[in-house]
Design a protein around this ligand. Structure first.
Ligand SMILES: Cc1cc2nc3c(=O)[nH]c(=O)nc-3n(C[C@H](O)[C@H](O)[C@H](O)COP(=O)(O)OP(=O)(O)OC[C@H]3O[C@@H](n4cnc5c(N)ncnc54)[C@H](O)[C@@H]3O)c2cc1C
Length: 455
């Protein structure tokens, strides 16, 4: 049974991402008991995942145990478990282990996941980037590609062209492309004897007419120039129609590649569907101005899972709105609790408002584009934008130890051209490669190139 008016209210938070952690922090000061459930034991700072994927940072530098983030708050308990169903009428959530959690208020903040547009079979061939596990898998594939080419050249004298295809030209695709180009040109060069890593090709395939669609045209243009400077090629209006081991198809054209990465589609956490409330076409829960789904003032949907509109536009699925929604839900619950306790319930009519401070994306080790909206307005690009990106990301990382570690690692990488986490863990296979013989299967012989170790 849910608690009555005279006992402390129970708040259940599902998800320990940006929204969930901010909600928990906001609620920690209130006279409520909180249970935060996440299927992982750690909070992931997703904006820096690509740096793990490209071996600049190690996973522990961008992820932190949720339990340790919240350890100082005695009214918060953390459960590592997965929410699997709801009974909104009885105010209950069922967890995968079978436990049943009762609540007075529920915050659902389970984020989003990749969308392969109905082709889930592509996931194994073209991993996306969302979790620490995804990042280490991408790191494995990218580093392994160079290793296999080195071995093949050493044994057979040739290797097929090293080509990295990134499907999707949003911020994640652009950041991955810039970083792969950097590691190939700058960081790997000294480590190989038979191949020249700098000859690796990096290509973005974007289905729409422009990369970075959410950015103003002048910044899109700057991003294209900065990517060109790094040797990254971009194809727009390129609809990928198939992904196979060792190649992708764009219409009837086959593009051979060593590694394919997915940065094209996002859909809401599947948990949204289980709530039995209206969803948009990406599976996001349509909520009102208080972040409640229709008819459920005790349920708050926050972060990427929420479809909130402001001035006719959907609030974007990025970190700032998620953090603000989490903080708003905590504040709103605080007001409801205060009203029930007979004290101050003022502000209950105050709707959620997204305070948009702008967007930014990095392009390689010393360039970025930034559409700054606060504390001043401006379009920045190149090195100054990169410095702003650097400061903001250090500032928002959770935990002083992580901030210090990331700062130290970036400074080291920047000054010495040496990465800190170039480890290959897991299998030695790449789709399309035969690891025993070190050859790329299904690649025409005429496309094999002569050794590039003549630097
Ligand atoms: C590679 C990448 C780069 C990005 N870069 C930027 C950037 O530069 N700037 C920016 O503003 N935004 C960026 N974003 C977007 C930003 O990270 C997200 O908008 C933000 O993380 C959303 O926060 P959230 O709390 O809604 O979800 P998340 O942070 O995704 O957290 C959801 C949590 O819910 C947990 N969970 C999921 N399902 C269940 C379940 N059934 N039961 C229990 N727990 C569950 C997950 O384990 C996770 O911890 C990036 C995202 C990615 C993937």
């Amino acid at each position: 049974m849910a608690a009555g008016n005279n006992v402390r209210k129970r708040v259940v938070i599902l998800g320990g991402g940006f929204a969930g952690i901010n909600a928990a922090m906001g609620l920690a000061k209130l006279p409520v008991d909180i249970t935060l459930v996440d299927r992982k034991n750690h909070h992931t700072f997703q904006p820096l995942l690509y740096q793990v994927a490209l071996a600049v940072l190690s996973p522990a530098e961008i992820a932190q145990p949720i339990r340790s983030i919240l350890r100082d708050h005695q009214n918060i308990e953390v459960l590592m478990d997965e929410a699997v169903s709801f009974d909104l009428a009885q105010k209950r959530v069922r967890l995968k282990t079978g436990a049943l959690l009762e609540y007075d208020f529920l915050i659902v903040a389970t984020g989003s996941t990749h969308s392969y547009f109905g082709r889930d079979d592509w996931a194994k061939l073209a991993p996306g980037l969302k979790t620490v596990e995804d990042a280490t898998e991408i790191r494995r594939r990218v580093l392994l590609a160079f290793e296999l080419a080195e071995r093949q050249t050493q044994e057979a004298g040739v290797h097929p062209p090293l080509k990295f295809i990134i499907i999707g030209g949003g911020p994640t695709g652009v950041e991955l492309a810039g970083a792969i180009s950097d590691i190939a040109r700058l960081y790997m060069a000294r480590d190989f004897r038979h191949i020249d890593p700098a000859t690796a090709q990096v290509e973005i395939l974007e289905g729409s007419p422009a990369i970075l669609a959410a950015y103003p045209p002048d910044l899109q243009k700057k991003a294209i120039d900065q990517l060109a400077h790094l040797g990254v090629t971009i194809r727009t209006n390129a609809h990928v129609t198939d992904v196979q081991p060792g190649y992708v198809m764009v219409g009837n054209e086959r593009i051979d590649c060593t590694v394919t990465l997915w940065a094209a589609g996002v859909q809401a956490s599947p948990l949204g569907k289980l709530l039995g409330v209206p969803l948009d076409r990406r599976g996001c829960v349509i909520v009102d101005q208080f972040l409640n789904p229709p008819g459920h003032p005790d349920v708050f949907i926050c972060g990427d899972l929420a479809h909130v509109e402001e001035n006719g536009h959907q609030v974007p699925g990025v970190a700032q709105p998620a953090m603000q929604m989490g903080a708003y839900a905590a504040k709103h619950i605080g007001r409801m609790v205060a009203r029930d306790l007979g004290s101050d319930g003022t502000g209950l009519n105050e709707p959620f408002h997204y305070f948009d401070k702008g967007d930014m994306a990095t392009i390689g080790r010393k360039a970025a584009v930034a559409n700054i909206k606060w504390p001043f307005k401006g379009h920045w690009s190149g090195f100054p934008a990169w410095i702003v990106w650097l400061i903001i990301h250090i500032f928002f990382l959770i935990g002083f130890r992580n901030r210090l570690a990331v700062f130290r690692q970036w400074a080291w990488t920047y000054l010495t051209f040496q990465d800190g986490a170039r480890l290959i863990t897991g299998s030695q296979d790449l789709p399309g490669w035969d690891s025993e013989y070190g050859i790329q299967r299904d690649t025409p012989v005429e496309q094999q190139v002569t050794p590039t170790g003549t630097r």
